[in-house]
Write a protein that binds this ligand. Sequence first.
Ligand code: SF4
Ligand code: SF4
Length: 211
Amino acid sequence: MTQYGFYFDSTRCTGCKTCEMACKDYKDLPATIAFRKVYDYEGGSWTDAGDGIYTTDTFAYHVSLACNHCAMPACMAKCPSGAIEKDGKTGLVHIDQEKCTGVGACVTSCPYNVPVLDDAKKAQKCDGCADRVAEGLNPICVDACPVRALEWGDIEELRAARTGTVAGIAPMPSPDETTPSIAINPCPAAKEPGDTTGAIANEKEVTNVPA
Ligand code: SF4
Ligand code: SF4
């Protein structure tokens, strides 16, 4: 089985959110739902030496995230309706809208804050643009990024083609929980998952609005 996934280069990402908007446009999403979200992670402080010299360890960077089509999807494990499936050929994690009963177990179990309930109480999330991938195309977010910070493909091939990729940087949780299919090139400022020295600066933007 090919396990498709995203490569994200945090040294390139400018936080422009073109990826997020391209996805919303392509998927015709309402204002309250975004399948891809760009987190602004910032922290640090400064000190005044009293002699006119100030030192700082402030940092800021962006993390563009959609569904990670995890190897061990918590959403799928917790869904009581068996509505979430992992495709045997592509590894893409898909929500069957017919089977979804809207209890929201995926919403609360996904450590990446990915699924969201829509107005019809159906869970929705990034499907990896499975229709485009079936035609040999990239997900729309990948093609939309103006600085080529996103790539798509067999996650093992994406990892093998580069050195130093990681499966998570703050504010993402530890990858141990679900083994996400993502490879990240961490920027010099990037912090480890679980970091407490920074905070999400655009929390309202990335929080799912309850339907
Ligand atoms: S990122 Fe969340 S919704 Fe996507 S497969 Fe992993 S656990 Fe499921
Ligand atoms: S479009 Fe590219 S540069 Fe802009 S936020 Fe998305 S990943 Fe970052």
